[in-house]
Design a protein around this ligand. Structure first.
Ligand SMILES: NC(=O)c1ccc[n+]([C@@H]2O[C@H](COP(=O)([O-])OP(=O)(O)OC[C@H]3O[C@@H](n4cnc5c(N)ncnc54)[C@H](O)[C@@H]3O)[C@@H](O)[C@H]2O)c1
Length: 437
């Protein structure tokens, strides 16, 4: 399909609703990498490779050579936040990167100021907004966002745009009739329906503006039936939800290993302490419910208890997050995993992961930006399941179960890139090395 892809020419606007710890760590990181001051550790688009053809051919290009991706120099950053702090100040507040690392890019970072946000405290209880839009209806707010998007693209001489939600986690919403179809959703916007949250309004606005949209938080947004319908209608790629970092990343690395060797599970207890603003927001039970739902969904779909009742039919899975300010962005996660082996004999695994949330999330944002832009140029639209690799709760077509196994997700991603590049898919069968066909 190579001939159908539009080239990655011109500037790419990177729009980020929510310019807190993750967003500023991502932006600052790209700025440092552009200056040659840091390496893009953790980013598949920058460091990853993909084998092509047979192993004997020794063709292993970098992913950035296999497909035409936007260059880092062509990214222009913008976004919205409920605080008016510029990105340097926001990065200092987030406290992820050291002052010494921010200093060489201080002016560039400080030049980025968020646009006023669409916000409603009913949906994020722990934050008090200082920099928000007002309008009589949610419909008008959506129109203001669409104007912001078009203005940003024009003012910055961009050729196209991509958006990744890096805003706070909203309270878990029930999917209701107003979310079912585009017509009902638009009527709901005009009627100020209380079941439509700000995150949903951002997703709607970007899709109406033709901008690919990924959701990095666990709340529902671009996974609503109405939004999926619009994404297909307007030929816009969407993906979500909830960046796969930290504890869930470990779960989807270890879980497939246990299942591959058919070791049973009696229980998986996960707890975390973290002290950043995300932790403060998640301290509210409503926002925690959103996070809990994406974190809990992983094991069941991964382990398939219905297929392996003797191994996974009766395990306990608990997830806890405690807001503990002294930790800042440096999260500490503990997992206690009760497994069993041959003849049912019990064993235990303990994980103590001292991770840095935003350091793990920033390369995920970068890859999503570049791959969502590639999707759009390749003519893909609707749910981008090939990007499941990056999400705790991957969006899939109705009737499909999501694939959580990190390694299957990676094979899927690389095969999609081979497909885009017009290369043969790699099956790993390998029999042709041993037998004549
Ligand atoms: N860091 C990770 O590893 C990770 C992993 C998975 C998901 N996430 C999710 O990513 C999101 C961002 O995480 P973070 O650590 O940067 O949090 P953060 O609190 O530092 O940043 C979120 C920002 O969003 C802003 N915001 C809230 N509502 C908004 C709205 N309606 N419009 C515009 N801005 C709004 C807040 O003011 C804040 O600046 C959270 O939802 C978090 O759950 C993070």
């Amino acid at each position: 399909m190579k001939q159908n892809i539009k080239p990655a020419q011109g500037k790419l606007a990177v729009l980020l609703p929510g310019m807190g710890a993750v967003a500023t760590t991502f932006i600052a990181g790209v700025m440092r990498i552009r200056k040659g001051l840091s390496e893009p550790v953790g980013s598949l688009t920058q460091l990853g490779t993909a084998r092509l053809g047979k192993r004997t051919e020794d063709r292993v290009p970098k992913i950035s050579e296999l497909v035409d991706l936007a260059g880092l120099d062509n990214l222009v950053f913008g976004g919205w936040d409920i605080f008016s702090d510029d990105c340097y100040t926001a990065a200092r507040t987030a406290g992820v990167l050291d002052r010494d690392d921010l200093e060489p890019i201080k002016d560039e970072l400080a030049a980025i100021r968020p646009m006023p946000a669409v916000f409603d405290q009913e949906w994020v209880k722990r934050l008090t907004p200082k920099h928000v839009k007002s309008a009589p209806t949610k419909w008008d707010l959506a129109q203001q966002l669409i104007e912001d998007i078009h203005r940003f693209i024009a003012d910055n001489g961009c050729d196209r745009a991509v958006a990744v939600w890096c805003g706070s986690t909203e309270v878990l919403a029930e999917v209701a009739d107003v979310h079912e179809t585009a017509t009902r959703f638009e009527a709901g916007l005009k009627a100020n329906d209380e079941r439509i949250s700000p995150a949903m309004i951002y997703a709607y606005a970007h899709i109406k503006a033709g901008v690919p949209y990924a959701n990095g938080a666990p709340n529902v947004a671009c996974d609503l039936p109405a939004i999926i319908e619009l994404a297909v209608k307007h030929r816009v790629p969407i993906a979500g939800k909830d960046f796969k970092t930290g504890q869930t990343l470990m779960k989807t690395i270890l879980g497939p290993g246990l299942k591959a060797r058919l070791l049973g599970l009696n229980g998986w207890y996960s707890t975390n302490i973290l002290g950043n603003r995300d932790g403060e927001v998640l301290d509210d039970p409503g926002s925690f419910k959103s996070k809990e739902s994406t974190k809990l969904s992983v094991l069941d779909t991964l382990l398939q208890p219905d297929k392996y009742p003797q191994l996974y039919g009766n395990y306990e899975h608990k997830v806890r997050i405690d807001y503990y300010p002294p930790r800042g962005d440096s999260k500490e996660g503990w997992d206690n995993i009760d497994i069993f082996g041959w003849l049912g004999y019990p064993m235990q695994i303990k994980i103590n992961f001292l991770c840095r949330d935003s350091i793990l999330a920033a390369p995920v944002v970068l890859d999503l930006v570049l791959f969502m832009d590639l999707s759009r140029r390749a003519g893909f639209y609707g749910i981008q399941e090939w990007l499941s690799f990056y999400f705790k709760c991957p969006q899939v077509a109705e009737g499909l179960y999501p694939e959580h196994d990190l390694f299957i997700q990676l094979i899927k991603l690389k095969n999609t890139l081979r497909h885009i590049a017009g290369e043969e898919l790699v099956t790993h069968l390998g029999l042709d090395y041993y037998y004549d066909n």
